[in-house]
Ligand binder design. Structure first.
Ligand code: TXA
Ligand code: MG
Length: 318
């Protein structure tokens, strides 16, 4: 048996024993527990210090498993599931009554997705219950895209960090809900809006800044570094305004050419996908360097740039 399979077997056992395991997905690492274990689910909330009003995403291994989770699936949800699962899209659908209220924060809907990561798919196929998994970070802080990020957050609180390497997509799934069977974006994410619109037509985006929103991924301050962060179009002129400070910059594709400054270029190849993949790791890195401020460059507002801007915007909110 490969080392990976041994680790997966260990994770399956821990989860069966109502323990928490950090799992790799193609978006970010999740903090996983058995959706039917009240003990595990409560410990997800307490470990993350997450308020109970913020519901969890249910992870399943296949479309066949969906019928145990939800009822009344709209046609457009079926089209989206066929197009993008396994993958970085979460659907919010009417819940089956066996789904515990703790998972859904008492709502009559449940968020569900099939993640696209071989390790976690193998894990999900080797257990007979779905996994609830929010991102494996304390509430409000930067999501983890590497096992070491999870370890630095929760070295003692969780039983195992299942190593699946760095997350390929690097930002959370795109969340889609339905209103009168028409899809609405609850959270921008790793699946670009244009790709979704190519399948179901023009789609609206839920207003972002509610306090207790339908998708608390929409909370204004979220995914945030501890270091004060600014999001600007013109990084060079923002640097001028703070010349007495220790500055870190996060830029898309080109250097600010200033060797006084700690700089991370997210994609020298000018690839938004590569930038998304590197985004949270770059934020973790800059946040650990005792800088006074971080200046982030705004991305072109299309494709994954829209999702990246959404995360950068939330990182700046105080
Ligand atoms: O990529 C991802 O989605 C990652 C990986 C681990 O799968 N998970 C993730 O989970 O980002 P979390 O808990 O950090 O974000 C889940 C979001 C929250 O904003 C939550 O409010 C929303 O999903 N959500 C969950 N259930 C919902 C529901 N019934 N209605 C509306 N929003 C819901
Ligand atoms: Mg999260």
């Amino acid at each position: 048996m490969s080392i990976i399979s041994k680790d997966i077997q260990k994770a399956a056992q821990l989860l069966t024993d109502e323990k928490l395991v950090a799992i790799p997905t193609e978006t970010v690492y999740g903090l996983a527990g058995n959706i039917f274990s009240e003990k595990a689910i409560k410990s997800i909330f307490s470990t993350k210090k997450r308020p109970f009003f913020n519901p969890l995403i249910v992870h399943i291994p296949s479309k066949e498993a969906l019928k145990d989770i939800v009822v009344d699936i709209p046609e457009k949800a079926k089209l989206l599931a066929d197009a993008f699962w396994p993958g970085s899209m979460t659907l919010v659908l009417k819940k089956n009554k066996n789904i515990p209220d703790l998972i859904t924060a008492g709502k009559d809907t449940v968020a569900v997705r099939i993640p696209n990561h071989p390790v976690t798919l193998e894990l999900l196929n080797s257990i007979d219950f779905p996994l609830a998994a929010p991102s494996a970070n304390p509430f409000g802080s930067i999501s983890p895209t590497k096992p070491e990020h999870v370890e630095s957050y929760f070295s003692n609180e969780i039983s195992q960090v299942l190593d699946g390497g760095s997350c390929a997509n690097g930002i959370e799934s795109t969340i889609i809900g339905f209103n009168n069977n028409e899809p609405i974006i609850y959270r921008l994410g790793a699946l670009a809006l244009e790709e979704i619109e190519a399948v179901v037509g023009k789609i609206t985006i839920l207003n972002k800044k509610e306090v207790k929103p339908d998708a608390p991924g929409m909370l204004a301050r979220h995914y945030a570094p501890k270091t004060t962060t600014y999001l600007v179009d013109d990084v060079a002129s923002e640097i001028q305004k703070h010349n007495d400070k220790k500055i870190g910059v996060l830029v898309f594709n080109s250097s600010v050419n200033n060797n006084e400054i700690t700089e991370i270029i997210l994609s020298k190849n000018n690839s938004m996908q590569e930038a998304a993949t590197n985004l949270y790791n770059a934020m973790h890195t800059l946040d650990s360097q005792n800088l006074d401020i971080i200046i982030a460059e705004r991305f072109p507002n299309n494709g994954l740039g829209k999702s990246i801007n959404d995360r950068l915007q939330r990182a700046t909110f105080k």
